[in-house]
Ligand binder design. Structure first.
Ligand code: ATP
Ligand code: MG
Length: 242
């Protein structure tokens, strides 16, 4: 299947009651690509993640992952095929430790509790949190919680990882660490899609950017070219590009 895009989205429509959140969206993602999804609030970015990950049911269109159609499959089946995501608002078991949180996720790939725990330990080391493994998640900073969420998503051993606003709300000094963790993932061959409002992160992390607006694709290209387009600048009026 080399040469084929890892993910193909075609004519995707998501209708929520009276609102068309996605209105015929088509794009491809190459294997190993780091893609940015940007666009104003309500543009449909998280809805696109939900449709790909199986938490939002597409109204129409197709989503093909690694050559097979996945639109409408249940989230756990899509996860099993190798797609992981994180949520805009961190969803963790706050009373459990960082290690327990990641072990629960690793248990979906490893039957033995011991192996799951070892894998979780490895992943926490990988994201630079080994020293906080036994801390309850509730006691961690938001930046550290986001790293636990990344480790949990990686514990599913995905080919495609989708991160929804990983950097929002976290302190500037925590950015650079998260950014370097994500950049290091390139060496593993992982394919990454990030939704992010902070353009500096998009510029530094991604190969290509797709701009959503009102449920459609407004522009596509490398980050700086896309930001220079008048239609993109107009869409961000009142919501200036950082
Ligand atoms: N479960 C839902 N039911 C009804 N409407 C929804 C639902 N989820 C999202 N919407 C609406 O769909 C539109 C797209 O929302 P979505 O969350 O995908 O946007 P977004 O681009 O991720 O925005 P943001 O940058 O604010 O996170 C918005 O108008 C939103 O209010
Ligand atoms: Mg969103």
């Amino acid at each position: 299947m080399t040469g084929q895009p890892l993910l193909q989205v075609r004519d995707l429509v998501v209708q929520y009651d009276g609102l068309r959140a996605l209105d015929g969206v088509s794009f491809d993602v190459r294997r190993g690509e780091f893609l940015g999804l940007i666009g104003p609030n309500g543009a449909g970015k998280s809805t696109a993640f939900g449709a790909i990950a199986g938490t939002v049911r597409p109204t129409a269109g197709t989503i093909t992952f690694d050559g097979r159609p996945i639109q409408g499959l249940a989230g756990h089946r899509i996860a099993k095929l190798g797609i992981s995501r994180t949520f805009q608002h961190v969803r963790l078991f706050t009373s459990l430790t960082a290690l327990e949180n990641v072990t629960v996720a690793a248990a979906t790939r490893h039957r033995s509790r011991r192996t799951a725990r070892l894998r979780a330990q490895q992943l926490l080391e990988h994201v630079g949190l080994a020293h906080l493994a036994t801390s309850p998640v509730a006691a961690l900073s938001l930046g550290h919680q986001k790293l636990v969420a990344i480790a949990r998503a990686l514990a599913n051993e995905p080919c495609l990882l989708m991160l929804d606003e990983m950097m929002s709300g976290i302190a500037d000094h925590e950015w650079s660490h998260i950014l370097s963790v994500l950049t290091d993932l390139r060496d593993t061959g992982l394919t990454l899609i990030v939704v992010e409002h902070i353009m500096e992160i998009i510029d530094r992390l991604t190969d290509r950017v797709i701009v959503f607006s009102d449920g459609r694709i407004l522009a596509e290209g490398n980050s700086l070219d896309v930001q220079a387009q008048p239609a993109v600048r107009a869409t961000y009026l009142g919501e200036p590009i950082a």
